[in-house]
Design a protein around this ligand. Structure first.
Ligand SMILES: [Zn+2]
Ligand SMILES: [Zn+2]
Length: 300
């Protein structure tokens, strides 16, 4: 099949929910355009500015792909990407693959007392707590926003899982920007971009890392609702249905109406009963907030 954009090269992948099939170069420029739009809309594209970017160790390959795109955009804006991660070993490995992409990487030192919060079951719990910890780390070096590499169906999966376990606070995760009451914001780099596309390129460019990522992802303890959500999405993808991905958020918004305005002070997610969401309660209950405030970073 021939690329439907340049009509020259062989096509490698069909763009989800469309009839377009692109070659590698045309697909890359399409992805860069979409990611750039996300950065621009969320106010992260400013000349000479510094931006904070997170590569969680469990998203090593997709995170790395995001960094590659960020670096190509950065050049035009003379901005500076500071990358944060929770795995220094990963950095050594990254440096051997992409020398140009890796400049400054900071290691998030998570205190043992805080690490226990990742033992609970459930993807959303894990993710909200993880980004909370990361936000404290990047705040400690003066940033007020953090770009995160989470593709859209991974987020929708967590939303469906939340509804399946009667927790409506999982709504509105699939947003470009999520803001904590303090003003700190999380920016979804891959907003509106499917995991299929992100995974495809991450695997193509960083196959070793991608295998590590798959193994790491399976170490996050899933709930029955997570498995259920995964099955729903697997069927939706099989039938190439964009409806499911796009309508979950809208439906939840409609169900919740005005109540959906309170944000958790830790993770910036929806919080329907007070200033802290169900998933982040553990930070208060176990008095972990004092450790959060002490989280620091060092050079890898
Ligand atoms: Zn092409
Ligand atoms: Zn929270």
């Amino acid at each position: 099949m021939i690329c439907s954009k340049c009509h020259k090269n062989g096509a490698i992948l069909r763009k989800p929910f469309s009839d377009e099939t692109f070659c590698f170069d045309c697909y890359m420029s399409d992805l860069i355009k979409r990611i750039k739009r996300n950065l621009s809309k969320s106010g992260q594209l400013r000349y000479g500015d510094k931006v904070a970017y997170l590569i969680p160790s469990v998203f090593s390959a997709t995170g790395m792909f995001g960094l590659k795109v960020l670096k190509s955009i950065e050049k035009k804006y003379s901005s500076n990407v500071i990358t944060f991660t929770d795995d220094c070993y990963l950095v050594k490995e990254l440096k051997t693959i992409e020398k140009n992409v890796i400049e400054k990487i900071l290691f998030i030192e998570i205190p043992d007392e805080v690490k226990q919060v990742f033992n609970d079951i459930g993807l959303m719990k894990w993710w909200r707590r993880y980004r909370t910890v990361a936000s404290y780390a990047v705040e400690s070096v003066g940033f007020n926003s953090l770009i995160i590499p989470m593709c859209s169906d991974a987020i929708v999966k967590m939303e469906i899982s939340s509804i399946a376990s009667s927790n409506f606070e999982g709504a509105e995760e699939n947003a470009l920007v999520m803001k904590k009451p303090s003003g700190f914001s999380f920016i979804n780099l891959y907003h509106g971009i499917t995991c299929r596309e992100v995974s495809f390129f991450s695997y193509l460019l960083y196959s070793n890392l991608y295998e590590k990522q798959l193994l790491a992802e399976y170490n996050i303890k899933r709930s029955i609702a997570d498995e259920y959500a995964e099955n729903i999405l697997a069927s939706a993808m099989k039938w190439r249905s964009g409806e499911i991905l796009n309508s979950v958020d809208k439906s939840l918004r409609w169900l919740l109406e005005k109540e959906a305005s309170n944000r958790c002070k830790f993770c910036g997610g929806l919080s329907l009963h007070g200033e802290v969401c169900e998933d982040c309660k553990i930070f208060n209950e176990k008095k972990l907030y004092k450790y959060l405030e002490e989280i620091s970073v060092k050079e890898c």
